[in-house]
Write a protein that binds this ligand. Structure first.
Ligand SMILES: [Zn+2]
Length: 307
């Protein structure tokens, strides 16, 4: 830090944290001060100049480890810090706290993850760990060799998301009105355990809480694939097109909800996680998802006959 200007700039503490992430080889980009959303212009307002001369560049594309660029950004404003998980070679398991609309007795992310580990017969992995502003937890792993795991939402369990390609995590040192992101365990991330890699890449049957409808296996499988694909698309959607993508993707999956292949709350939770991963607010996601599913249920045609 000795070569930094010795004047008091509000971004200097954050700059040190951005530098620390970059020194671990993790490309970072600025988030809005005090916020979790990326700084900079939205895609629909792209001026097509400067860094966007050849087309709009997403936060993942803009993320950098270049110290000069980090100094330029964080001496400009006290930005929070986003770590682009894909280019960092990271797969971060995001264990959320309970939300206001959770039913009583719903497990939080940490409880869900502990249960997942126990069912799999493994200890909770010891790795790089960060406390989130709301009291949740990020477990950092390195991506498996040759893999490019994308984000997932609710796939491993209630209130468990993962961030990989197309996603980012808010880095330690960042603050929101709810609190700060702090390192709980500073060791380097360990490789993602094989059993977790398998759990993230093996098709699963969505949990059903109500009486199951009579289903063809084909219908269920198609629903799973669609939910997986569409939530990944939403999570990776660029600023400017995110809400439209969330609406389109939720509608695309909505017919499976209308047919009873996916419980509504499962689809809602998956898209909520994906939309928030893309940087939309909780309220924006909730409104868009509700509107899309209502539309699907209103307009869904009968299921085509199974082949
Ligand atoms: Zn642009």
């Amino acid at each position: 830090m000795s070569d930094l200007p010795s004047i008091d700039l509000p971004g200097l503490g954050l700059l040190a944290h951005a530098m620390a992430a970059a020194e671990r080889g993790w490309p970072v980009f600025p988030l809005r001060p005090g916020d979790k959303r990326p700084a900079g212009h939205a895609e629909r307002r792209c001026p097509g100049t400067g860094r966007c001369t050849d087309g709009h560049r997403t936060p993942e594309q803009r993320a950098t480890t270049d110290p000069d660029l980090l100094v330029a950004a964080w001496t400009h404003a006290p930005y929070n810090i986003g770590i682009a998980t894909g280019p960092s070679g990271l797969l971060v398991v995001d264990l959320d706290t309970l939300k206001d609309n959770d039913e009583k007795g719903t497990p939080d992310g940490v409880t869900s993850f502990e249960a997942l580990c126990e069912r799999a017969g493994h200890a909770v992995p010891l790795t790089h760990r960060v406390r989130t502003a709301r009291g949740g937890m990020h477990l950092y792993f390195t991506q498996p060799d040759g893999a490019r795991l994308p984000n997932s939402a609710g796939r491993l369990g209630r209130h468990i998301d993962t961030r990989g390609w197309g996603g980012y995590v808010v880095a330690p040192g960042s603050r929101t009105p709810h609190g700060s992101y702090e390192i709980l365990d500073g060791r380097p991330p360990v490789p993602l355990p094989d059993w977790l890699h398998t759990a993230l890449t093996t098709p699963t049957t969505p949990a059903r809480t109500s009486a199951p409808a009579v289903l063809t296996g084909k219908g269920t499988r198609a629903a799973e694939v669609a939910l997986e694909r569409e939530t990944a698309t939403v999570a990776a959607s660029p600023e400017g097109g995110r809400n439209a993508q969330l609406l389109a993707s939720t509608r695309a999956v909505g017919r499976f909800v209308a047919w009873g292949d996916i419980p509504r709350h499962v689809a809602e939770q998956a898209f909520q996680g994906a939309g928030e991963a893309a940087g939309l607010t909780t309220a924006e996601c909730r409104a868009t998802i509700r509107s899309a599913l209502d539309w699907s249920i209103r307009t869904a045609r009968p299921r085509p006959a199974a082949a």
